[in-house]
Structure formats: C-alpha cells, structure tokens
Design a protein around this ligand. Structure first.
Ligand SMILES: Cc1cc2nc3c(=O)[nH]c(=O)nc-3n(C[C@H](O)[C@H](O)[C@H](O)COP(=O)(O)OP(=O)(O)OC[C@H]3O[C@@H](n4cnc5c(N)ncnc54)[C@H](O)[C@@H]3O)c2cc1C
Length: 269
C-alpha cells in the first residue's frame, strides 16, 4: 500500500503551519505522529497534496502545572503523557489511559493533539478528555479559541476544528479522586472494543457511538444516589454502538454495562 504522491513541508513555527494551511485549504494536512494519517493515506482514504510536518515544533510538546489545571501541548506524545510525574500526581486517569494505547512504537510517535483531531470514537484519549471536562485550545487564521471537549467531537470522524485551525494545547482540570479506565480489547495492542473512563461522577464511553460519549444516564442515576451496580445498568442508554461481525451491538452494550460497573467499583475502592 503506497500513498498517492504529495508535497512535504516541515513547518518551522506554528505561524508557518497556519500560513500553509490557509494557502492550501483542504489540500493540506498536518502531520503529527502520523499513526492515524499515514495508514489512511496508504489506503487512499486521505489524499492530501501537501503534508505540513509539525513534529519539529517542540514548543507544542509540554506538560505544565497551571494551578487548578494542567496545560498539555498538542504535540505531547502518548509516551510522555504516560510517564509524566505531574500527570501521575494531578490527572492520573490521563497518564494511565495514555499508557494503554497501542504498543511502545505507537506511544512514542502518536500525539495527544493528533488523537483528538482524528476524532475516532474508538480511540482512548477522546473519551478521557471528555470525562475530565478538558478544554481544547485551537489556533487559526482568526486567532485562538477555547472549545470544551463536550463540544469538540461532532460526529463520525468529525470535530469542531475549522479549516486552517490547529490544536495547540489541551487544558485539563486536576482530578485525583475516584478515577478508573477500563478497556476491553481482542489483543493487547488493539483499539478498544469498548472502553470506559471514570473521573469522579463523570463517566465516558469509548466506541459506543459515532463520537466518544458521556454516559449521561449513569451519571444521572449516580447523582440520584443509585447503587453503583444499578447505575451501571444504564450504561448503554442513548448509545448507538457499531454492529460488526467481530463485536455485535448487543455485545458492546453488554460490555459497556459490565465495564462501567467495574470502573465505578474500582474508582471508589
Ligand atoms: C498499530 C496502532 C495501534 C493503535 N492503537 C491505539 C489504541 O489502542 N488507542 C488509541 O486511542 N489510539 C491508537 N492508535 C492511534 C494512535 O494513538 C495515533 O497516534 C493517534 O490517533 C493519532 O495521533 P498522531 O499524532 O499519530 O496523528 P496523525 O496521524 O499525525 O494525525 C491524525 C489527524 O489529526 C490531524 N492533526 C494532527 N495533529 C493536529 C493538531 N495539533 N491540530 C489539528 N489537527 C491535527 C492530522 O492532520 C490528521 O488529520 C493506534 C495506531 C496504530 C498505528
């Protein structure tokens, strides 16, 4: 599988990348870790004429303490999230979930911004930032704007990113009480058949619809004082999981109920 021909440009700054995106519109794509984009290009599901390589922009790779929240640069790699002492203290759910992605090679190349921008409901970090009520910082031709994770994931592989915009950082509220991450996979390095992120009373689901989802029925039951097992029974309410030979929709609904119960119990143990 060989991608179609493309032009390659290594961006020297965020402004340089923004300029190229503005000049080339839909014909240009950012290249971060390349671990989602390059497979799509090899399958010719993405055929960009220009690749704007942002991997040299190390000013977008950081994990910083910012009082009540942690600021994370969009080019921070999964490996660095998983091994950040600050995240282990302040947002252990994010560090832990990043450490479950793919294999070491994937974690050494893949980035937080790339994973969120790709908008795959089967990916782990979109559901994690949703559970954590994180805010994405987007920079584009008209300046910078903040988008809550709850508004970022719009539809199947569709996000709130406008043409020409770049995710520059993600602001994550510190969260240490009562968290857990459950991921059911067929093989160790696979994407989740279903996954669950719990952060306090927030519950988010991986691969239970076109976008990562908050399990609102579970959250409502918890707020009303329902026992954990009873709340977990609502895990599939309002979801629309894919029905595939490897995992039927009914099987995924069952998994969601089991994994949410497990995650809630672990988070409170
Ligand atoms: C074998 C394998 C196993 C994997 N397993 C898992 C798994 O278990 N769980 C999981 O969650 N993921 C998994 N992944 C996906 C992996 O996490 C990817 O690294 C990630 O989804 C994309 O990040 P990237 O930096 O590689 O982005 P890229 O592939 O470089 O880019 C992806 C998309 O995002 C855009 N983009 C990149 N950065 C930005 C930015 N800052 N602003 C705006 N747009 C941007 C690109 O233009 C492109 O459209 C796996 C991948 C592979 C190849």
């Amino acid at each position: 599988m060989i991608p179609a021909a493309f032009t390659y440009h290594r961006a020297e700054s965020v402004d340089d990348a923004l300029r190229l995106l503005a000049e080339h519109g839909d014909d240009a794509k950012l290249l971060a870790g390349g671990h989602s984009l390059l497979p799509l290009m090899k399958l010719r599901l993405a055929v960009p004429e220009l690749l704007v390589d942002v991997t040299a922009l190390r000013e977008l790779a950081f994990v910083e303490d910012a009082g009540p929240e942690v600021r994370i640069g969009a080019l921070t790699r999964h490996h660095d999230l998983a091994n950040s002492a600050l995240l282990a203290r302040a947002v252990p759910l994010l560090a832990h979930a990043a450490g479950t992605i793919g294999d070491p090679q994937v974690r050494h190349r893949g980035t937080l911004g790339g994973s969120l921008a790709h908008g795959d409901a089967a990916a782990d970090l979109p559901a994690v930032v949703l559970a954590l009520d994180a805010v994405l910082v987007l920079r584009g031709p008209d300046g910078t704007r903040d988008v809550p994770a709850a508004e970022f994931f719009v539809d199947f592989f569709e996000t709130a990113l406008e043409p020409g915009e770049i995710i520059t950082e993600v602001r994550v509220p510190k969260q240490t009480a009562g968290w857990d991450f459950q991921k059911f996979t067929r093989r160790a390095i696979d994407w989740a058949v279903v996954g669950v992120a719990v952060a306090g009373d927030a519950v988010a689901l991986v691969n239970m619809g076109a976008t990562p989802l908050r399990a609102t029925a579970v959250e409502t039951a918890l707020a009303a004082g329902a026992p954990l097992a009873e709340a977990a029974e609502r895990a599939a309410d309002g979801t629309s999981p894919a029905d595939e030979p490897a995992a039927s929709a009914d099987y995924r609904r069952h998994l969601a109920r089991v994994l949410v119960r497990r995650a809630l119990e672990n988070s409170r143990a």
